[in-house]
Design a protein around this ligand. Sequence first.
Ligand SMILES: Cc1ncc(C[n+]2csc(CCOP(=O)(O)OP(=O)(O)O)c2C)c(N)n1
Ligand SMILES: [Mg+2]
Length: 544
Amino acid sequence: MTTAQAAVAALVAHGLDTVYALPGVHSDHLFDALFEAQNFKAQERIRTVHARHEQGAAYMALGAALATAKPQVYSVVPGPGLLNSAAALLTAYGMNAPVLALIGQIAQAAIGRGLGHLHEIRDQAGIISRLVDFSARIRAPQEAAPLVAAALRAMGTGRPGPAVLECAIDVWGRSAPVDPIAPPAPAPAPPIDEDAVRDAARCLSAAKRPLIVAGGGAQDAAAEVAELSRLLQAPVVAYRRGRGVLDSRDPLSVTLPLGRELWGEADVVLGVGTRMLYGLTHWGVDEEFAIIRVDADPLEPERFARPAVALIGDAAPILRALLAALPERRRPSRRAELEQRQAKMRRRLEALAPQIAFLEAIRAELPEDGIFVDEVTQIGFAARLLLPVFKPRTFLSPGYQDNLGWGFATALGAQHARPDVPVLSISGDGGFLFTSNELATAVRHRIALTTVVFNDGAFGNVRRTQEQQFGNRLIASDLANPDFVRYAESFGAAAERARDPPALRAALERAFKRRDVPTVIEVPVGPMPSPWEFIHMPPVRGVR
Ligand SMILES: Cc1ncc(C[n+]2csc(CCOP(=O)(O)OP(=O)(O)O)c2C)c(N)n1
Ligand SMILES: [Mg+2]
């Protein structure tokens, strides 16, 4: 086998079925192996989806990983190809998303010599090693399958995250006998610290006002979080990555502003798969409450404030152990209290009425299991606080990177990997043009993604700050835009303009019926009220 064939066989053995990619001379042999893999028998087939820019390929892999909870792979050339994909890799790292990057390299013997080979970059391996936790170079055909297996194992054990494998231009095509490539043995479940579980159970059952904070690491423990919430009558706070863990229709499911009030009242806080950045750094800590952390990463719970108990491992089995250790004690229901407080908070949030009207139109059309892909735009900021989310992994938000322009290509990957449900991407006019060239990819690969572009002719968020905090000294925030409808149509996408929420709703209904063709809906909007008073809020603890 060639190195490339062995790498592809290893991807097949691990159940991967798509490579998001942008080819080049450094990976010609890899793509030739992928050509063969298109015709493998059904269960073993690998599709290659080529994008128009490396960031598109990498964001697509990220979106596919987030939507499926499975590892996904992308492949690009070295140097500029790697750097073009790096913002997506950074975001995958911040989101603990299992994305494997296969990156080309110059000829093995020339690496590090500075001769100026095509796409050469100084210390590519060193750059990569700063971006991800696991990286390696494949140096021979026999190394390909074991390194793919090691990378995928690293991506899924402990704290999940991306990994990178490099391979030199003259190694992909090299041929040698290789060991048989077998599917991976199931990884043994890591042991659960029973003493810590007992401590956590004792602390939680004694709590008068327990609170749960859910993050991205709780997405695959939704049933367990819901059961804990019910048993403890503990509200569940979620913001960007934890939305959908507890169904928004449950009155105990809350977002940031009410979460902050509850943080101020809690005597025990249980963080599940979350850095708890907002709570720990904005809302404050003091001696009056105990923190329990469930986290895949042993370093995470200690970063800011030492927790009373840290439970290290996958959230679902740990929460099941915790549930088993908790006495079945009926607590008085907090339903009525929380319904009332939600209604009161909702009246304050009416300050965001223009955003709410559009979110209501979206929610009315997007089915319960449809996937909403967030962006760094006014409707996105409001969605994090106000869009009802019903199921895990149906609200994809870029986490702490909050990098403008991630949304469209990420949504494209999500829709490609989940053709069975509608995916809705929202963008501002600013963010959309970061990757809107991938409309060509959507058309070429018949990905029926629906995209709404809220067009205010500005980097609106920046402009509002300049207006309100810098005496209206506007700079670098106005945008000259294409006609988004004609622009989308020129790619072969379906497109229309919707001028208000009812028109958006009708356009979405049409869009979700389309198969095989992407839709872009442009919504012209004016400036929107600031969401920031509901996001960056003053502390409620530790202030005297
Ligand atoms: C990669 C990256 N670059 C820059 C920013 C800073 N930034 C945050 S919001 C924003 C403007 C967004 O404009 P648009 O997408 O049109 O959304 P709007 O605020 O107008 O709704 C900018 C430039 C960022 N968050 N990420
Ligand atoms: Mg804008």
